[in-house]
Design a protein around this ligand. Structure first.
Ligand SMILES: [Zn+2]
Length: 117
């Protein structure tokens, strides 16, 4: 079965048949997209490092986005990227920072580590 052959046959259809085919195709595509979404791998995070400062937790994370054909599905994860986590009244919000922490922040975290117990 070739697409060229199908296209050739489709040209012979009446307008009413073309409309029906169009409708049917849309439905077919919608279902195919739906099942592709369902096949997605669960997204996943791996924590590479963790720091705490001012009620915030900073985590360096490698991410698997969940797309089946992505490089991360074969083990090459995205990142690692830094995220900050803040919990306010049982709710945890996360914020994307980037590949590295801001210098000032990093210095403060390092200074904290050096503080005597
Ligand atoms: Zn990915």
């Amino acid at each position: 079965m070739s697409l060229t052959g199908i296209k050739h046959s489709v040209r012979l259809l009446s307008l009413a048949q073309l409309r029906k085919l169009d409708e049917w195709l849309h439905e077919l595509i919608r279902r195919a997209e739906e099942s592709e979404r369902a096949r997605r791998l669960p997204s996943h995070k791996e924590t590479m490092a963790e720091r705490s400062l001012d009620n915030k937790t900073y985590r360096l994370e490698s991410i698997r986005c969940g797309k089946e054909n992505c490089k991360c599905a074969r083990g090459k994860l995205h990142g690692p990227y830094w995220y900050s986590y803040t919990s306010v009244e049982d709710k945890v919000t996360s914020q994307y920072i980037g590949k590295s922490l801001h210098k000032a922040l990093e210095n403060r975290i390092r200074g904290q580590d050096l503080r005597p117990e």
